[in-house]
Design a protein around this ligand. Structure first.
Ligand SMILES: [Zn+2]
Length: 348
């Protein structure tokens, strides 16, 4: 974009105290990774893209569903009807909103194996996840890589937001306490009011923009009660015995995983390949026996079958919905066999 067009586009923002042309250029050079592309992730992504943050990466393992739409930004009914991967749909909309910035989408679950690569090149990480375990993983990776991040939690009418820079103050483990270290996967569905999401993500994006602009950033915990319309701030102190930011034990980063795993809350079976491989999806449409095949940029294939709904990544990892463990595994083996016959798998 030419400088004159750039200045015109952001003129109402450039005139603000704390921004100016210098600040606007600074935002354009900034890189943000958003982990999770649901209610909170899409709202922050939209605001950052509109504000002119130059690089936004969105990461999510799910597809858009009708029950997401009351609280998410960026998604439309057609995305839900066609089960479009959230990260892909979000990236398309972000590009339509601001085509001058770089938007990268990653369809994948976030785990100890990939979190560091997802955030390594970012100046700031945004928590768009919906669970404590993923936040503890983001927390550890951000301590190891020395990255600041913004935590956002919403449930019902309540929200919590905190800018976390573990070099300077309390980390997320300090906030939630040590008892969460042993908690397993929680299988529960929670409701949330869309206005809670808006309030929480407005605060979170303000913190993000202030950090990227080099302005002082509040490090208190923001506690939002949308029903009574109150926002309070609380100081969080570092736990002098914190397992993450003091003892640097990083148990979530070191946690191994089973090759086949059932994520109960999301109703997804995740399967890793037996050995490292790379799939070329260009011939997949020649395979028969599937209800529908859709391929996204030769990176991800969405394969619908009677036994489950498969998102297959080019590294051989699969996320399978509407299935159970045994059915999912035979479905996975069946798909890989077909790809093998097409000569589409290269073992590394
Ligand atoms: Zn800590």
């Amino acid at each position: 974009m030419e400088l004159a067009t750039f200045i015109d586009r952001f003129s109402r923002q450039i005139m603000l105290r704390g921004i100016g042309v210098k600040g606007q250029l600074r935002l354009f050079k900034s890189r943000v990774a958003i982990i999770g592309c649901g209610a909170t992730g899409t709202a922050v992504a939209e605001l950052l893209a509109r504000a002119g943050v130059g690089f936004v990466r969105v990461v999510d393992r799910d597809v858009v569903e009708l029950s997401n739409l009351h609280r998410t930004h960026l998604f439309k009914e057609v995305d839900a009807l066609e089960s479009i991967p959230k990260a892909y749909a979000a990236a398309q909309r972000l590009h339509e909103i601001n085509s001058s910035i770089a938007v990268e989408y990653v369809v994948d679950s976030v785990s100890a194996d990939n979190i560091e690569n997802l955030i390594r090149d970012a100046d700031l990480v945004i928590d768009g996840s919906d669970n404590v375990e993923t936040r503890l993983l983001i927390n550890e990776a951000c301590i190891v890589l020395d990255k600041p991040w913004v935590m956002i939690g919403v449930e019902g009418w309540f929200g919590m937001v905190k800018f976390i820079d573990a070099k300077k103050g309390a980390c997320y483990q300090c906030l939630v306490g040590e008892r969460y270290r042993r908690r397993g996967n929680v299988c529960e569905l929670i409701g949330v009011a869309n206005v809670t999401v808006s309030l929480a993500t407005s605060i979170a994006t303000t913190l993000a923009l202030k950090y990227l602009l080099g302005l002082p950033v509040e490090e208190e915990l923001f506690i939002i009660d949308a029903l009574n319309l109150s926002i309070e701030k609380a100081k969080v102190l570092r736990n002098p015995r914190c397992s993450a930011c003091v003892k640097r034990e990083f148990i979530f980063l070191k946690r191994g995983r089973e090759r086949v795993r059932y994520a109960c809350g999301a109703n997804i079976v995740e399967i890793l390949p037996n050995k490292a491989l790379k799939i070329d999806f260009s011939k997949l449409e020649e395979a028969n026996g599937f209800e529908r095949i859709r391929i996204y940029d030769n990176k991800v294939a969405h394969i619908k079958t009677g036994d489950g709904d498969v998102l297959l990544l080019d590294n051989g990892k699969a996320l399978i919905r509407n299935s159970d463990l045994s059915k999912a595994e035979s479905l996975y083996n069946n798909i890989l066999e077909k790809l093998e016959k097409l000569g589409s798998i290269a073992y590394l």
